[in-house]
Design a protein around this ligand. Structure first.
Ligand code: 5GP
Ligand code: ZN
Length: 102
C-alpha cells in the first residue's frame, strides 16, 4: 500500500497507536497532525471497533496541547475531497495561533 501517513516519522510525539507531526505546510503558527498508526481511510470508513481509537485521538490532542503549553486551539478533521481531505489516512489537525495564508 502506498500511503505516506503509514510511513511518516514522528517529530512531535509518538506512542504505540499514534504519531504526531508538524504539518509540512502549516496553516497556522502551530499546526500539528495527529495520526493513528492504523490505516483507516477517513471518518467515513470508521467501524464500531474504532471507537476507542478515536477517543484516544482526542486525549492525544489534549496531551500534546498541554505538553506544549497551548491553551486555545482548533481541532479539524477533513472528510472527503470536497471538504479538503487530500491524504486518505485519518488524521486530525491541531491548529493554534495566527493563521498563515499561502
Ligand atoms: P488533509 O487536507 O488531508 O486534511 O491534510 C493533509 C495535511 O497533510 C496537509 O495539511 C498537508 O500540508 C500535510 N502533509 C502532506 N504531506 C505531508 C508530509 O509528508 N509530511 C507532513 N508532516 N505533512 C504533510
Ligand atoms: Zn495509511
Amino acid at each position: 500500500m502506498d500511503c505516506i501517513f503509514c510511513e511518516i516519522k514522528s517529530d512531535v510525539y509518538e506512542n504505540d497507536s499514534f504519531i504526531v507531526v508538524k504539518d509540512i505546510n502549516p496553516k497556522a503558527e502551530i499546526h500539528f497532525l495527529i495520526i493513528p498508526k492504523k490505516h483507516i481511510e477517513s471518518i467515513s470508513h470508521l467501524e464500531p471497533e474504532d471507537k476507542d481509537l478515536m477517543g484516544k485521538m482526542m486525549l492525544i490532542a489534549q496531551k500534546v496541547a498541554k505538553d506544549k503549553g497551548i491553551e486555545s486551539y482548533n481541532l479539524q478533521i477533513n472528510v472527503g475531497r470536497k471538504a479538503g481531505q487530500v491524504i486518505d489516512h485519518i488524521h486530525m489537525h491541531l491548529l493554534s495561533g495566527k493563521k498563515l495564508c499561502h
